[in-house]
Design a binder for this molecule. Structure first.
Ligand SMILES: NC(=O)c1ccc[n+]([C@@H]2O[C@H](COP(=O)([O-])OP(=O)(O)OC[C@H]3O[C@@H](n4cnc5c(N)ncnc54)[C@H](O)[C@@H]3O)[C@@H](O)[C@H]2O)c1
Ligand SMILES: CC(C)(O)[C@@H](O)C(=O)O
Ligand SMILES: [Mg+2]
Ligand SMILES: [Mg+2]
Length: 347
């Protein structure tokens, strides 16, 4: 573990320099890792672990994602089982079902969590909101977490490209005295770029804030607002889309991703720099009260409850697909589809 300076604050991080893949393999050599759920994180983590030489099995209910597991090379009866069978066989039982699915599957899984096993999460949700999820683990097992800070799809593609997605990690319960070692070894196994330490409470709260905020909800809201204003003032869809989304994802986002915001500014005109420096605080001040509202709604458990209630409905998937379809078919994202086709690399 290394102490690193993050903008003046010292934090503990783990990289494969301090904790090598060989060491991770040694720590987990007698473990059977049972990945329950094969949605988004399940495939990323299970395939990376398998490619890194760990002993992995998958537990998935029948259906489309079970078929995807077969297509990915998991063999029914050998490395692919029902959720209950996998939970029974696993010594590290990984809850990678959807957060709502974890609630309904909990009674089935709990009975196989015998002394010394580890219950693994990629989110603080189930434990942090245990009053709402009903998840209270037995005291004689480890309860651990590695939470990739990005999509499971990125976890896999970055691994295949020889890169690593950063993750947070936490130990909620250490029954064996080896919980932290198991956690870090697991994180190295799934291909974490580096890991920073958190708690289940802090991960659950920051994660729900981030995805509702700047990572997904706020960015979509911001982009829609600017696109609408440009369109209402007579700009064409291609101009509005390019000036709102395409330039952000293709030109300026990669610049501030690579070397920070000031670097992106430094590579734009003085006209752009002056205006952006003036307008950034106005946007910050306008948005901050909504961010505060969001944080409190997450912290109170309100957002978790909304997610549990809506995700538990029978027609949840259909309704969600309908909302995503409406987004895809909106003028802005249809304009985007045409713009993407025009990228020279797509021609
Ligand atoms: N999606 C991501 O990239 C991402 C990123 C970081 C952390 N996480 C966390 O990882 C965990 C898994 O998330 P995900 O997005 O991969 O899940 P998901 O929504 O894709 O669902 C995973 C699997 O759960 C199964 N499932 C759902 N409900 C079930 C039920 N009632 N009974 C049995 N199986 C059921 C589905 O068949 C699916 O294969 C969650 O805790 C999530 O918060 C996800
Ligand atoms: C990929 C995200 C948004 O970071 C994750 O938190 C999720 O829930 O899918
Ligand atoms: Mg999340
Ligand atoms: Mg997240």
């Amino acid at each position: 573990m290394a102490e690193m300076n993050f903008g003046g604050v010292l934090e503990t991080v783990v990289t494969s320099k301090e904790f090598s893949l060989e060491k991770a393999r040694e720590v987990l050599k007698d473990e059977t890792i049972a990945v329950l759920g094969y949605g988004i994180q399940g495939p990323g983590q299970a395939c990376n672990l398998r490619d890194n030489g760990f002993n992995v099995i998958v537990g998935q209910r029948p259906g489309k994602t079970y078929d995807k597991a077969v297509a990915d090379g998991w063999v029914p009866g050998k490395t692919l089982f029902s959720i209950e069978e996998a939970a029974e066989k696993g010594t590290i039982v990984c809850m990678l079902l959807s957060d709502a699915g974890q609630i309904s599957a909990w009674p089935k899984v709990k009975k196989y969590l015998t002394k010394g096993k580890a219950l693994y999460y990629s989110h603080g949700f189930a434990i942090n909101w245990s009053d709402r999820t009903g998840v209270v683990p037995p005291e004689d097992i480890d309860v651990i977490m590695v939470a990739p800070k990005g999509s499971g799809t990125s976890l896999r593609t970055m691994f295949c490209e020889g890169r690593g997605l950063n993750c947070s990690y936490a130990v909620y319960q250490d029954a064996t005295g080896k919980a932290e070692e198991r956690t870090i070894a697991f994180g190295i196994g799934i291909g974490a770029g580096y890991m920073f330490k958190t708690t289940f409470q802090r991960e659950a709260t920051s994660d729900l804030t981030g995805e509702r905020g700047s990572l997904m909800g706020a960015i979509e809201g911001l982009l829609e607002a600017q696109y609408q204003v440009l369109r209402e003032h007579g700009h064409s869809p291609s101009e509005a889309f390019n000036e709102t989304v395409e330039e952000l994802t293709q030109s300026l986002g990669p610049l501030f991703g690579a070397k920070g915001m000031d670097w992106m500014y430094a590579n734009c005109s003085t006209t752009a720099q002056r205006g952006a420096l003036d307008w950034a605080p106005r946007f910050r001040d306008a948005i901050k009260p909504v961010m505060e509202w969001l944080y409190l709604s997450v912290q109170s458990g309100n957002e978790a409850q909304i997610s549990i209630d809506s995700n538990s409905k029978e027609d949840y998937r259909e309704k969600l697909n309908e909302e995503l379809r409406a987004m895809r078919e909106s003028e802005m994202w249809q304009a985007g589809a045409t713009v993407r086709k025009l990228r020279p690399e797509n021609n």
